[in-house]
Design a protein around this ligand. Sequence first.
Ligand SMILES: Nc1ncnc2c1[nH]c(=O)n2[C@H]1C[C@H](O)[C@@H](COP(=O)(O)OP(=O)(O)OP(=O)(O)O)O1
Length: 169
Amino acid sequence: MDLLTRRYTVIFPFNSDGTQVLLGLKKRGMGVGLWNGFGGKPELGETIDKCARRELKEECGLEARSMQHVGVLLMKSTTSGQVEVFVYTAKDIVGDVIESDEMKPKWFKVADLTYKDTYKEAREWWPTMLQGNKFVARFEFVDAAITSKEIKHVDAKQLALLRSSAIGP
Ligand SMILES: Nc1ncnc2c1[nH]c(=O)n2[C@H]1C[C@H](O)[C@@H](COP(=O)(O)OP(=O)(O)OP(=O)(O)O)O1
């Protein structure tokens, strides 16, 4: 990652049988008014795994007893530069869901997801994640339009390599 790339995590909690996913409506900052998983930027020296757990707890009150790193998004945009997002899922979660100053959480049936009010690229890669695949997804944007996309299935080893090089700024 070069110095101009912004790195984030995003984590999607599921109910025990995987039929529902908890999304949060962003209340401020980047992505305000959009539904997404829970996440943000790593703190100084924080690993990407620790960042994912911390952001989950801070933004919706849940703790992941276990979580899976399932993907990486690599995005280039003419307006907002380069972004790298490490994507996690968590099916073994504990705690009570709470609304935070950043996110208003709500459970959605996976089968009924419409992608209304989500990031534009969500409808491209969420289905890959929801089917349980591991992936690296690349998107290029000119202004707000997606001009190029590629979603590659990868294995756990390839993801571990990408993750091992990722430590907070
Ligand atoms: N295209 C794009 N750009 C930036 N961020 C994202 C996307 N697609 C996404 O899914 N995301 C995700 C990545 C993060 O989970 C959030 C953005 O994080 P943000 O809320 O800005 O980071 P925090 O560290 O929580 O922010 P503050 O606490 O500083 O407000 O969207």
